[in-house]
Design a protein around this ligand. Sequence first.
Ligand code: HEM
Length: 469
Amino acid sequence: MAVYVLVLVAILCLLCLLSTALLRWNDMRYRKKGLPPGTMGWPIFGETTEFLKHGPNFMKNQRARYGSFFKSHILGCPTMVSMDHEINRYILMNEAKGLVPGYPQSMLDILGKCNIAAVHGSTHRYMRGALLSLVSPTMIRDQHLPKIDHFIRSHLRNWGSTTIDIQEKTKEMALLSSLKQIAGIESGPMSDEFMPEFFKLVLGTLSLPIDLPWTNYRHGLQARKNIVRMLRKLIEERRVSMETQDHKDMLSCLMSSGEYRQKLTDDEVIDQIITILYSGYETISTTSMMAVKYLHDNPKVLQQLRAEHFEVRGRKNLEDPIEWEDLKSMKFTRAVIFETSRLATIVNGVLRKTTQDMELNGFLIPKGWRIYVYTREMNYNPYLYPDTFAFNPWRWLDQSVEVMNNNMMFGAGTRQCPGKELGIAEISIFLHYFVTRYRWEEVGGNELMKFPRVEARHGLHIRVEQLNE
Ligand code: HEM
């Protein structure tokens, strides 16, 4: 017996020694002069497991040991993590100095080579210009708002006296509403065919780029092919109908040459549409879902929000749509959306990569390294947001907080979110119809994951009742 124990102890000691040696060896490989401090974890896997499992705590522990600027190896790449607000701002402002988007290969492959995250310099400026012209305040007011209102009003019909998964409903809402804004596509055969393909595409962008039949990556590539086929057909049909009809939607804008910009190719139009769908999908749906959650948990906030929306309704007939002036008057709603974005941290950070060796904050960052501009901690800074973990939309009512606190919830610099106001408009209209029509209770057993993305693992189930029941 004693012999067995001795052998077991010896094996354990050997394993410990081997692990330490491997970790040491991997660290040594990256001990180039001038690199920032930090650890690189295991060969190939790096510190991905710790990062995904312990997320924010892993980041805080590393910061406590190495400062706000440290190296690691996550998601398959040597990575610099920056938790310093000033450096983060510098990185986002200086794409021209070689700090370009560094999103994973799977995302670039599946979203397409003309996707906005895949292009830099003058191509980015021209693609971004085309996109900005689609989401300008005038376009939101005249074209998108009536469509969003019409869609959400009917999407929220008949939810009374039922239990729904609000995560699923807000996801459908975000996608179907975008399809309507892009090409006037209503819920029906085309959206039924499109939706499952789009969900596969999204999953594929967050996978390892291993092209084998059963992988999410392969399914994502396949879904892209199917979506491209559907969009190409849509473009062909539109080209014919544009000769006789004046369409007022994003597709017809993308297909025509603007006053100050050249005409996009069909491939560029397709990738722009995929970009718009992809960028607005998870951000809008998750913010809407989390707003429902926080409003449920904070009755005083819900009360004030309802009052704002009943006041808007009071100025209108029952079936009148929400218009631009109504939207502008929803100050408390805007504050609720910002507070939801902050407290839930819908976006933890953004990714960049270096196109050449460069010096940053006194350290060397080798060419091709990824930089994780980690902005999450800014949202929980007690100097900027006293009583940090309270859901307190009132803190945003002073509009200067939105600007002064330099929050990066919508990014910053040359890649700052162009869809910010469109996203806020859509969530505001969702909240309008939801809180004026319904009261709701959470059904137990909902489990929320906050990292690496905000997600209700098995859905967020709520029991909904018509307000006047
Ligand atoms: C609550 C809603 C939203 C949030 C929180 C959000 C957040 C962000 C963030 C943080 C970025 C910066 C990414 C980076 O620097 O790499 C970004 C970029 C972007 N967003 Fe949004 N977004 C939202 C809604 C939308 C919507 C509705 C659209 C659709 C038009 C959109 C389109 C884009 C695009 C195209 C970019 C890339 C811009 C570029 O590379 O120049 N977003 N968004």
